[in-house]
Write a protein that binds this ligand. Structure first.
Ligand code: BG6
Ligand code: MG
Length: 223
């Protein structure tokens, strides 16, 4: 197995925006009388905007017309944008920038693989855009994670077969998508998280890791 590409999810992997999504969905849901539990919010991680809304609306018998659904999604997005607009360089998760820079030095190609339509804005707030060879986000896909589409497109953009790419993900739906695409899947987050049951490897974050060491450890777990 020769690894030539890294594909990074954004929210919860490179920057701690996953809780912005959760806070804004909770607020929007409360506005229509729905109280979301932590596990509801965890299950929505990595899932695209309209699919997330559908998950919320399963909590009510009330029927919403398409126009009303778009309004609710827009309400949530305005809340999210307010938070994201306050991000500045340095707000990324620890050592993610160094890890991306080292990845470039080692001539491993880098793509983003995020379901978010706001991904480019977040990357520009962090001044991360130039670290990527390719960007795949919510504007590239018709099917949300756990569908493999986002990672299949990322591999195409990197011009690499899936088996040569590692996906970094914080969400169970993202791990499922990576595996379905045929990529190697690394969970980023608590080692004992059930979300990472199927991941090939788990790291708590990027602190202390170099791409070389990570690939070495991964290979050892396969041998
Ligand atoms: C994913 C997040 O990255 O993007 C989800 O994990 C979010 O929580 C999804 O719903 C879509 O984001 P956006 O910014 O297009 O509404
Ligand atoms: Mg994520």
């Amino acid at each position: 197995m020769e690894i030539k590409g890294f594909i990074f999810d954004l929210d919860g992997v490179l920057v701690d925006t996953a809780h912005f999504h959760a806070e804004c969905w909770s607020e929007m849901a409360e506005g229509i009388g729905i109280k979301l539990s932590q596990s509801d919010l965890d299950n929505m991680r990595g899932v695209g905007r309209m699919d997330s809304l559908e998950m919320i609306l399963r909590h009510t018998n009330k029927q919403y017309a398409d126009q009303e659904k778009l309004k609710l999604a827009e309400l949530k997005n305005q809340c999210y944008l307010q938070k994201v607009n306050q991000l500045t360089p340095g707000d990324e998760l620890p050592e993610t920038k160094t890890f991306l820079e080292k990845t470039r030095e080692e001539e491993i190609k880098i793509s983003l693989g995020s379901s978010s339509k706001n991904a480019k804005l977040v990357l520009s707030k962090l001044e991360f855009n130039e670290l990527f060879d390719a960007i795949c986000d919510g504007t590239d896909i018709t099917k949300s994670k756990p569908d493999p589409q986002i990672f299949q497109i990322a591999c195409e953009k990197l011009e690499l077969p899936a088996q040569q790419c590692i996906v970094f993900e914080d969400a169970e739906e993202g791990i499922k998508a990576a595996l379905a695409a045929g990529c190697c899947a690394i969970g980023v987050g608590p080692k004992d998280s059930p979300a990472f049951r199927k991941a090939h490897y788990v790291i708590e974050g990027f602190e202390g890791w170099t791409p070389k060491q990570l690939i070495k450890n991964l290979k050892q777990t396969f041998s």
